[in-house]
Ligand binder design. Structure first.
Ligand code: HEM
Length: 152
């Protein structure tokens, strides 16, 4: 059984990193759409186009990619004898999970803001979304340093 799990591990990691790239693409692109959406008239054809783009990006890319990232990450944490095994992993994994919790919070916040735009009730200024757009990048940098360097 352990041999099988050790064969599964690199596959789980590969699928994990693929899902991470897709999820990050959505977390970085959706706030950009919000920034441009702020410039379009409520009810205009341009605003309707942004609503469709925001809806498809979140439903068809961000949700499946987040679920796959978490699923394959949790699989790796459950395999004994591997660097990611939760029982023996260093503090790097706990700090990483803290940063990941921040990304999940950012994801749910973006879904709520998307709903505000789709119901024409967004009141947040463009500047707010420019600042928000930096948060996933900073968290991603922290996550990748934790998991690749494993500093502690
Ligand atoms: C609950 C969510 C997550 C869990 C449980 C998790 C867990 C793990 C584990 C156990 C590994 C294997 C570590 C190793 O073998 O050295 C790993 C690899 C990796 N994770 Fe995650 N992860 C999660 C989310 C993320 C996120 C959100 C990102 C990026 C933004 C990320 C980026 C990576 C990368 C780049 C690797 C490959 C590291 C390497 O090959 O050295 N993970 N993850």
């Amino acid at each position: 059984m352990t041999e099988t799990l050790l064969v599964v591990y690199p596959w789980a990691k590969a699928l994990h990193v693929i899902a991470v790239i897709s999820w990050m693409a959505g977390l970085l692109y959706l706030p950009r759409l919000f920034i441009y959406h702020c410039e379009s008239e409520v009810g205009s054809a341009q605003s309707d186009t942004f609503k469709v783009m925001e809806d498809k990006l979140s439903r068809m890319i961000m949700w499946p990619a987040m679920i796959a990232t978490l699923f394959f990450g949790l699989i790796m944490m459950a395999i004994p004898g591997t660097p990611g095994y939760i029982v023996h992993a260093g503090y790097w994994l706990w700090l990483k999970l803290l940063f990941v919790a921040g990304l999940v919070l950012a994801h749910f916040s973006m879904i709520r803001w998307r709903d505000d735009f789709s119901n024409d009730r967004n009141e947040r200024p463009q500047r707010f979304f420019r600042i928000v757009n930096e948060v996933p990048t900073l968290l991603m940098v922290g996550i990748v340093i934790c998991v690749v360097v494993k500093p502690f």
